[in-house]
Design a protein around this ligand. Structure first.
Ligand SMILES: NC(=O)c1ccc[n+]([C@@H]2O[C@H](COP(=O)([O-])OP(=O)(O)OC[C@H]3O[C@@H](n4cnc5c(N)ncnc54)[C@H](O)[C@@H]3O)[C@@H](O)[C@H]2O)c1
Length: 289
């Protein structure tokens, strides 16, 4: 997500320092951005000059020193409250007082993240969607103490990055995941109860509701473990309605995590879907003696 955000920002005229604690992740991200922009040039969607200018605005750094000149930091490390708070505490030591601390968190409370800083009014959520350069949405989340001038500045930045912004209060799931994940979970329930097959559920939502991907394909892409974790967070807050389905819990327990593990509702070979996971269609009998 960090590299997608950086790519979109440099293409929108911003000067960006991409930070990661692992140097190899930074080099991989930089090479990925260069390749993606080169492809834009080849397809005629970007000029050579714009590509060179955008790449000149990107630097990578495994240290935090660049924070001293930052007007905005967008944190996108892994989804863990303590780790994210630790990053904000370190940034607090280098960034000037006006720097806005944004987080790309999908589920963590912005008010909780802000509580680790001395600037809770300058902490805000900027929830981008994957792949960032292509997905048009940025969900903006305000914590209990987020200042209005911070929201105004985030609106300007988000729009300059070509995104449509929506605004959410700091409640688990925000807007998109709160609406989307119960639908994915219910698709799992339908398959688990054998109301319909995996392919029929996906075709139903693609062809009947014009969704670009079926809910089970999407669940596999997100990762069934991630879906389960977020459903548990939502069910803790909102109760029964968000209870993760039994089949989802079983799939994760059995190690079927979706595309990244090679099997979820579908099987994958070299990242390509090759069929429905046979464990979902197996007929069980007791062998005749
Ligand atoms: N993947 C998605 O589709 C998606 C969509 C929206 C939001 N998000 C959110 O974005 C964030 C990142 O997700 P991701 O999928 O890109 O994760 P990822 O694991 O692919 O990348 C996280 C990166 O953070 C680096 N990192 C970890 N700890 C660090 C630290 N202390 N300092 C500096 N770098 C550190 C890791 O080395 C890694 O390169 C999470 O909060 C996630 O919930 C993800």
């Amino acid at each position: 997500m960090g590299s997608g955000i950086a790519q979109t920002a440099i293409c929108s005229g911003y000067t960006v320092t991409l930070n990661d604690q692992r140097q190899e992740a930074l080099e991989r991200a930089k090479a990925g951005i260069e390749k993606a922009l080169q492809r834009e040039v080849e397809k005629g969607r970007m000029t050579e000059e714009d590509c060179a200018a955008a790449l000149a605005r990107l630097s990578i750094d495994a240290g935090m020193a660049a924070g001293k000149d930052a007007d905005l930091v967008i944190e996108a490390i892994y989804e863990n409250l303590d780790a994210k708070q630790a990053v904000f505490r370190r940034l607090e030591e280098v960034c000037p007082a006006h720097t806005i601390f944004a987080s790309n968190t999908s589920s963590i409370s912005l008010t909780a993240l802000a509580s680790a800083t001395k600037r809770p009014d300058r902490v805000v959520g900027m929830h981008f969607f994957s792949p960032v350069p292509k997905m048009r949405l940025c969900e903006v989340i305000f914590g209990l103490l987020t200042a209005q001038d911070v929201l105004d500045q985030i609106k300007e930045v988000g729009e300059k990055m070509g995104k449509t912004l929506i605004l959410s209060d700091d409640k688990p799931g925000f807007i998109v995941n709160r609406a989307l994940l119960p639908m994915l979970n219910e698709a799992c329930v339908i398959v688990g109860l054998h109301v319909g097959t995996v392919e029929d559920v996906d075709n139903g939502m693609k062809l009947g509701c014009n969704h670009p991907m079926g809910p089970l394909e999407l669940a596999d892409m997100i990762g069934l473990d991630i879906l389960l974790n977020v459903m548990m967070v939502l069910s803790k807050e909102y109760g029964e309605k968000y209870h993760p389905s039994m089949i989802l819990r079983k799939m994760v327990t059995a190690g079927f995590l979706g595309r990244k593990s090679g099997a979820g509702f579908y099987l994958y070979e070299n990242g390509k879907k090759v069929g429905v996971n046979p464990v979902l269609t197996r007929e069980h009998t007791l062998a005749e003696r």
